[in-house]
Design a binder for this molecule. Structure first.
Ligand code: XUL
Ligand code: CO
Length: 437
């Protein structure tokens, strides 16, 4: 199987009329949108696990694509994977990548052996980063695949598992710092429960806080200046995960005095699993001051699990990029494609086409979001909706100059209060006209 794309050049921008499948129609990296290049707005990152490792396995069948890159020796295979990964990012013009410890190095029989392998491979990755000018967006430790994590890592009932998890986090933070990563992610895949009948929720939540505090203290002591990121997900693989959604994570961080160091890594399909829109989770993160980074994908709303599809829905990417623009852009975060090709899209061309589709969909979303802001009608509508707070009694409420008694006196003789229409349909028509006219 062809894996080196020898006959496919770097992917270039050809513009809207192009029918070349190996070209961008919207992503023009150097084009300026609201004073910043598309490259800097979007900060695309490649997910190592789906792109370099995932072979299409599902509950009913094994791999449909071979990603061993012709190597049987474990270390040689991981080096070949890295060679492919950097060539792939270079072809697409992707500037960042993300990984779990086990994505980039073979696992040993012990934590010490795995850590040695990780050290060898991070030397290799560092050289590749320098060669290609590609950076690490974030690193993390996989604390969900191995059987010892079956009832959690930081929230396991077994203290030895807690200890191994802590050791893995230490090694993964060391790797992230060595590679200059801007973030360190915690996705609590099995930090939750399948039944309350066997679960001490209070102890588990306290242990989760203990683990995050130790990770923060260790990282900062080692000079890590990046963001610690929590990636909320309500369920899957467990029935209930403690990092349910942004609001739940924020209350946990506040209770445990961790707000100063932690932000959110928001994933589109995790938002919808929580019964929220992607935009809701981004807005909550923005308003609560924890907007960090994004795992970009889309789900299938007719299915009840995390399908991690490449994003092709322009409406969603537009509303996402609207939140990113309103936030003032990414600080240390970026747009990581936590997305995998479908099981039946099983050759290496599909991988390239999937990234082109995702990058183009976000580039178009960015342009449309900028157009919504430049159009101004939405912002003007919202300003008008809350105008009663800019003077009179509304201003006094915001300035804290009222009490329940003073408001009683103010309101006691009011009649027929006229609340303006929410105009949802009109506002949705504005979005449609900007997207499609
Ligand atoms: C799983 C998921 C993870 C995290 C990193 O749903 O999104 O891949 O992004 O652990
Ligand atoms: Co993710």
């Amino acid at each position: 199987m062809k894996t080196n794309y020898q006959d496919i050049d770097r992917i270039h921008y050809e513009g809207r009329g192009s029918k070349n499948p190996f070209a961008f129609r919207h992503y023009d990296a150097d084009a300026m949108v609201m004073g910043k290049s598309m490259r800097d707005h979007l900060k695309f990152a490649m997910s190592y696990w789906h792109t370099i490792n995932a072979g299409g396995t599902d509950m009913f069948g094994s791999d449909t694509i071979d990603k061993s890159f012709g190597q049987s020796d474990p270390m040689a295979r991981y080096k070949a994977k890295a060679d492919f990964a950097f060539e792939f990012m270079h072809k697409l013009g992707i500037g960042y990548y993300c990984f779990h410890d086990v994505d980039v190095a073979p696992e040993g029989a012990t934590l010490a052996e795995s850590t040695r392998n990780l050290e060898i491979m991070t030397d290799y990755l560092l050289a590749k980063q320098k060669q290609y000018g590609i950076k690490l967006l974030w690193g993390t430790a996989n604390m969900f695949s191995d059987r010892k994590f079956m009832t959690g890592a930081a929230t396991s009932g077994n203290a030895d598992v807690f200890a191994v998890a802590a050791g893995k986090i230490k090694a993964a933070i060391d790797a992230t710092i060595k590679l200059g990563g801007d973030g360190y992610v915690f996705w609590g895949g099995r930090e939750g429960y399948d039944t309350l009948l066997n679960t001490d929720v209070g102890l588990e939540l306290d242990n989760l806080a203990r683990m995050l505090r130790m990770a923060r203290d260790y990282g900062r002591a080692q000079g890590f200046k990046g963001d610690f990121l929590i990636e909320p997900k309500p369920k899957e693989p467990t029935k209930h995960q403690y990092d349910f959604d942004v609001a739940t994570c924020v209350s946990f961080l506040q209770k445990n005095d961790l707000m100063a160091d932690f932000r959110m890594n928001i994933e589109a399909n995790h938002a919808t699993l929580a019964g929220h829109t992607f935009q809701h989770e981004l807005r909550m993160a923005r308003v609560l001051g924890v907007f960090g980074s994004i795992d970009a994908n889309q789900g299938d709303l007719l299915l009840g699990w995390d399908t991690d599809q490449f994003p092709t829905n322009v409406y969603d990417t537009t509303l996402c990029m609207l939140e990113v623009l309103k936030q003032g852009g990414f600080d240390k975060g970026g747009l990581n494609f936590d997305a995998k090709t479908r099981r039946a899209s099983n050759d290496f061309e599909d991988l390239l086409l999937a990234y082109i589709a995702g990058m183009d969909t976000f580039a178009l979303g960015l342009k449309k979001a900028a157009a919504i802001i430049e159009d101004g009608r939405l912002d003007r509508f919202v300003a008008e909706k809350y105008a009663s707070y800019t003077n009179g009694i509304g201003k006094k409420i915001l300035d804290g100059q009222v009490t329940l008694e003073s408001l009683y006196d103010y309101a006691k003789d009011l009649r027929d209060i006229d609340v303006a229409s929410g105009r949802q349909e009109y506002l949705e028509t504005i979005i449609n006209s900007i997207l499609f006219d």
